[in-house]
Design a protein around this ligand. Structure first.
Ligand SMILES: C[S@@+](CC[C@H](N)C(=O)[O-])C[C@H]1O[C@@H](n2cnc3c(N)ncnc32)[C@H](O)[C@@H]1O
Length: 298
């Protein structure tokens, strides 16, 4: 379900309008500080991505990347979006801290327009203003130092190029997976809740300090699919997939898995074969200079 208030225009927003926008919040629900990083599982993520269908998100990334000369995909993961960017921009550099994922990216990069750098957002090995397009999709919740990562992302994007853009993809307020995480997983794990709208609002604040103060907000719908015929099998598969993705190796992961089962039973009663991974997409562009490119979305 989309947030009720769709009356707020979603392009040419200033930083205050982003912070207050229902797709990032709302602001009164933001925590006072970053809760710290989630641990991203090793194998759990593979099972998760095998069930994830995000055609709309990939199409949007392609459209936003089209015609860029020097793109950076921050936290490239296994390269699904890196490939989409590289196919539509002149070249795409992927930065990724996880050794196994760097190996997958390296394999993909062979003979393509992709270049891979092991590293992390908090310390980027690039000169100021190297890129005209920087993407960070589903990465901010894993940053050790959120502010440091955001300043680095803005530093390496060219705020003097009227075509430059920074694109951050994160969970929308109606994201069904984040809701299950917050309502069921996090209380058992004894952690602070996740607030992805807060991360997008923090991104807007930091980018505005670097001259990227013209914002747009977009939405995409993705979902994890569970095609098992019986509801019992779907609940079991979803409980394992989610517990492994969010809490692999956590001492209470078995308890979290059991706690997810009744919540998933309720969820599948309304949406029998999918759990939504709805995204809010923040696009930041240089203030006053941003020009609408031919055929561009923005
Ligand atoms: C949920 S995955 C998303 C991957 C990819 N962007 C996508 O949408 O398919 C998060 C990625 O961020 C990477 N990551 C974690 N901490 C990071 C950091 N501090 N800087 C950059 N990337 C990081 C992880 O290793 C992982 O590949």
């Amino acid at each position: 379900m989309w947030p009720a208030d769709l009356s707020v225009p979603t392009s040419k927003l200033d930083v205050e309008a982003v912070v207050a926008h229902p797709w990032c919040g709302p602001a009164e629900t933001h925590p006072r500080q970053y809760r710290g990083p989630h641990q991203l599982s090793r194998d759990g993520w593979t099972n998760f991505t095998e069930r994830l269908e995000r055609g709309e998100e990939i199409s949007l990334v392609r459209a936003l990347a089209a015609g860029r000369a020097h793109a950076l995909d921050m936290g490239g993961g296994t390269g699904e979006l890196t490939a989409a960017v590289a196919a539509h921009a002149g070249r795409c550099v992927a930065v990724e801290p996880h050794r196994d994922r760097v190996a997958v990216l390296d394999e993909m990069a062979t003979g393509s327009a992709v270049e891979v750098h092991p590293g992390q957002a908090e310390a980027l090995p690039f000169a100021d203003r190297t890129f005209d397009f920087v993407l960070a999709a589903w990465v901010l919740p894993y940053a050790q130092d959120l502010q440091g990562a955001l300043h680095e992302i803005a530093r390496v994007c060219d705020n003097e190029d009227p075509d430059a853009a920074i694109v951050i993809i994160g969970g929308a307020p109606d994201n069904e997976l984040v809701r299950l995480l917050n309502d069921v997983g996090i209380p058992v794990a004894g952690e602070e809740p996740d607030h992805q709208g807060f991360l997008l609002a923090e991104a807007a604040r930091v980018f505005a300090e670097h001259g990227f103060s013209e914002f747009s907000l977009l939405r995409t719908e993705s979902a994890l699919h569970f095609r098992e015929t019986s509801q019992y099998d779907r609940i079991a598969a979803a409980a394992t997939t989610l517990a492994d993705f969010w809490f692999e190796g956590h001492p209470r992961s078995a308890e979290i898995r059991r706690a997810l089962e009744p919540a998933l039973s309720e969820h599948f009663a309304h949406r029998p074969h999918a759990i939504g991974d709805q995204a809010t997409v923040l696009v930041a562009r240089p203030a006053g200079m941003a020009r609408t490119r031919a055929g561009s979305l923005l």
